[in-house]
Design a protein around this ligand. Structure first.
Ligand SMILES: Cc1cc2nc3c(=O)[nH]c(=O)nc-3n(C[C@H](O)[C@H](O)[C@H](O)COP(=O)(O)OP(=O)(O)OC[C@H]3O[C@@H](n4cnc5c(N)ncnc54)[C@H](O)[C@@H]3O)c2cc1C
Length: 271
């Protein structure tokens, strides 16, 4: 028997915080419970977002509700965060996107979580709330390992603050099939281009190649300040394959993931 609390306001959630595990869309946690995970008490946060805007844009920053369905976030963005929108378009199915939330994707802390690489590449922060008040955490520091986060047991993610891109950004993923597949490798990027074509402010983030979503410092350095000529692309792809530490698992070998990660970067640079 599972106890279910259904707060409809933040004040009600604050009073309940810590008394059970949060459930938003349920697209991860219900699957885990069906597979035997014991959760005696759940706090359903899916009614809290009702009526509040999914997206607010202010002074170069998009604030995304952590509790709104991914489909509502994409409609609210109206194309302003292309990498986030690209990731969301490839996410699950329409039914999943109508239930699943950014908060759930971030807090579930899967190394293959698809909404995370675009947020890390964008240097986004989450706003974390709890009975003691609120704090900001870089998305890159939220997951501390597979299924583990820096969140306290009575804290929740309320918002994601994402700087709008000044140049280009994007997202590519390879799954076992073209839809409804967990990423084998995913790549998000942000950069600007000088008039001479040199890349500036290069940020790369990869999913499913390490215990958490990671940056690629060697590849970023190989691209920074350079126009992506054939030689530069070859060097960056090589550096990227050295930056990551994938594992062999049921979906792919470490060798294949390294190859694909490099191929995705080449595709991003050629797009
Ligand atoms: C068929 C199918 C296809 C899928 N496809 C994809 C895909 O393409 N890409 C992908 O990345 N994932 C995919 N998933 C996984 C899942 O849909 C996502 O991770 C989703 O974003 C989880 O969100 P949720 O709201 O359903 O989380 P829930 O299942 O409700 O919760 C997940 C975890 O997050 C915690 N949590 C929820 N909200 C908050 C919050 N606001 N603050 C703090 N903690 C919170 C919960 O306590 C729980 O531990 C798929 C799942 C299914 C079943």
């Amino acid at each position: 028997m599972v106890e279910l609390a259904t707060p409809t306001t933040i004040e009600e959630l604050r009073a309940l915080a810590g008394s059970g595990r949060l459930i938003a869309g349920g697209t991860d946690i219900l699957v885990q419970m069906r597979d035997g995970r014991d959760e005696p008490s759940l706090i359903d946060v899916s009614n809290i977002a009702d009526g509040a805007p999914a997206v607010v844009i202010t002074a170069g920053v998009a604030e995304l509700s952590a509790m709104a369905p991914i489909s509502a976030i994409v409609s609210g963005l109206a194309g302003r965060l292309p990498a986030v929108a690209a990731s969301a378009r490839l996410f699950g199915s329409l039914q999943i996107r109508n239930r699943a939330t950014f908060g759930g994707n971030l807090a579930n802390a899967s190394p293959a979580a698809d909404m995370v690489p675009p947020l890390v590449a964008a240097a986004a922060h989450v706003v974390v709330e709890g009975p003691g008040g609120s704090r900001q955490v870089p998305v890159a520091e939220l997951a501390t390992g597979p299924g583990r986060t820096a969140l306290g047991p009575d804290e929740w993610i309320s918002l994601i603050r994402v700087p709008l891109p000044e140049g280009e950004d994007g997202f590519l993923k390879l799954g076992g099939r073209s839809a409804m597949a967990i990423s084998i490798v995913s790549l998000a990027w942000r950069w600007s281009r000088d008039e001479d074509g040199a890349l500036r402010g290069v940020r790369l983030a990869l999913g499913a190649v390490a215990p958490t979503v990671v940056r690629a410092p060697g590849a970023e350095a190989a691209l920074e300040g350079r126009a992506p000529s054939d030689d530069v692309v070859v060097a960056a792809v090589e550096a990227l394959r050295g930056d990551i530490a994938p594992i062999d698992d049921v979906r792919a070998s470490a060798w294949y993931r390294r190859e694909v990660a490099g191929d995705l970067l080449r595709e991003a640079l050629e797009t």
